[in-house]
Design a protein around this ligand. Structure first.
Ligand SMILES: Nc1ncnc2c1ncn2[C@@H]1O[C@H](COP(=O)(O)OP(=O)(O)O)[C@@H](O)[C@H]1O
Ligand SMILES: [Mg+2]
Length: 286
């Protein structure tokens, strides 16, 4: 029988769902705090009681990513893989990958100092969007509508102690309705698609910012672009986020590696946790 392991650093709705549903299906299920694990170059797979398949669900990008590297070193199959996590956890790498493979995505610029940022803005003009290259829940994602806003961000970014803050990820502001699309991809299937509407007085559509979900139909167009985007970053269990541009149609702006599906599962017809478990069992058998 397949043994199933969920690694977390904070238990959210999703980890509870996955654990409960895996147990209900009679799977031998472990749930382990990433913070309790230590691994060495002399460690062996059997030193860790993790079973056949590991679902990496750490919220901390770096903790999850480097623990995944260690687990892969020991020979564990981790969902998602280090390679996928590295790309999806980093918006700069994701944008490059999407552009390289001609997946429609917002035009994005990268500037490596405040001077090059200001030269860039002189050329592009406003409005723009600034984002941290590593981050989620809409944190640090701000509309820049004038140089006052841009200067404020630069001042904050230049003073903090995160080296990534000096790398500016600047995107065109997409003309979209007050919503975006979150598609949950499990292997080669889009198992759910939802619109996320932004809360009152909030521009970002993240659920973490009070956004609400509504079921979206998985049209052929949406399915095609979503599956292509997921494939480009290496596939697995992913949250592909898209915006509806008023002239260009669907644009993929982000691919989430440790996808949250609390909002989506309220309205989706498919049981997302069970779809992830099915996919994991299949992956373990391969
Ligand atoms: N270029 C953009 N144009 C318009 N809205 C955007 C743009 N980029 C992000 N947003 C809004 O901000 C939200 C958060 O941005 P996102 O890139 O998904 O970062 P995070 O990883 O923090 O969720 C998006 O879901 C969308 O509602
Ligand atoms: Mg997002």
């Amino acid at each position: 029988m397949v043994e199933f392991c969920i690694i977390y650093d904070k238990v959210r709705f999703e980890e509870k769902e996955l654990y409960d549903k895996a147990r209900r299906r009679g799977l031998n299920t472990h749930i382990i705090d990433a913070k309790s694990i230590s691994i060495g170059t002399n460690s062996k797979k059997n030193d860790l009681d993790l079973g056949d398949i590991v679902l990496q669900r750490s919220i901390s990008h770096y903790r999850g990513l480097y623990l995944t590297a260690c687990l892969e070193f020991l020979g564990f199959l981790v969902i998602n893989s280090f390679k996928v996590g590295e790309i999806c956890g980093n918006k700069l790498l994701t944008s490059i990958m999407l552009a390289k493979q001609n997946i429609p995505t917002p035009t994005t610029h990268f500037a490596f100092s405040s001077e090059s940022l200001s030269n860039l803005i002189n050329k592009t003009g406003f409005p723009l969007v600034v984002k941290p290259i590593v981050g989620s829940w809409g944190r640090g994602v701000f509309p820049l509508r004038d140089s006052e806003a841009a200067n404020m961000i630069v001042e904050l970014r230049e003073e903090d102690d995160n080296p990534l803050s000096r790398i500016y990820y600047i995107q065109e502001m997409v003309k979209r309705p007050p919503r975006d699309l979150r598609c949950i991809v499990v292997g080669d299937r889009v198992v759910a698609a939802v619109y996320r509407y932004s809360a009152d007085k909030e521009w970002r559509t993240n659920i973490a910012r009070g956004g609400r979900t509504e079921e979206a139909s998985i049209t052929k167009e949406l399915e095609d672009i979503t599956l292509k985007a997921a494939k480009v970053v290496g596939g697995g269990v992913l949250g592909v986020d898209l915006m509806e541009d008023d002239t260009r149609g669907l644009l993929v702006h982000e691919i989430n590696n440790t996808v949250e599906f609390r909002g989506a599962s309220k309205v989706a017809k498919t049981d997302i946790a069970n779809a992830i478990i099915d996919y994991s069992i299949e992956a373990a058998r391969k």
